[in-house]
Design a protein around this ligand. Sequence first.
Ligand code: ADP
Ligand code: MG
Length: 258
Amino acid sequence: MTNTPILEVKDLQKYFGTHHVLRGMDLSVSAGETICLLGSSGSGKSTFLRCLNFMEMPSAGTITLDGNVVGMPSGQRDGSSTFTYRERDLIKVRSRIGMVFQQFNLFPHMTVLENVMEGLVIVRKLSRAEAENIARRNLEQVDMWDKAHQYPSRLSGGQQQRVAIARSLAMEPDVMLFDEVTSSLDPELVGEVLRSIQSLAKSGMTMIVVTHELGFAYHVADRVLFLHQGKILEQGTPQEVLKTPKESRTQEFLAGFN
Ligand code: ADP
Ligand code: MG
């Protein structure tokens, strides 16, 4: 981990109509850092991740990726979209920030290998041989190369989710976002997916992981954030936030897991 901020968010705001969901998010992410984002349902975790790669348009704020400002505020924070950006910047950001969701969304009519190659061939315009090389490397990373020629329906949920991770990694993003990727899995399949994410963290990937797996957050995160009503209420080392939280909201949230 270095101290170079690869991603910087300043005063990010998001409204849905008059509903003020993100109320000034500030975050600086160092290259190689693993951040776990915790918070109750409805606190804005998914909206925050979706704003980072512009699946949702932020209402205001500044997002800087690797020193390039990709969006900045202009005008009023009255619910109208005041976020300005250049379209070509957004396309670049989307390709540099990978995201994996609770639902794996693999293409059912394609094999594991074809799923991972698809973006490389269609979006990156690589040859099939180049795409296969990259796909292989990323399937090996999540320990799924041996299933390369299977169809998703033949795989467990945990295996499908690992393929979804490989597919996102294959696009060689600078930052990976994980949104409760183990929440829809049977309990016995959660561990294998978390181990894949942990090995990715060890390999130096920069990641923001939304999770309710506190053990994972404790052992893998460099920093833990607690989000409450659209703001980061508390942050620190896993030890600080998970073992000795200062804020009563954080304490109540953590008490719910016991
Ligand atoms: P979390 O992921 O922490 O559970 P979300 O980011 O999904 O929280 O949601 C935060 C708030 O924003 C919730 O009140 C939710 O109802 C609202 N919200 C999320 N997405 C939309 C949307 N597309 N339109 C309107 N409201 C939304
Ligand atoms: Mg969510």
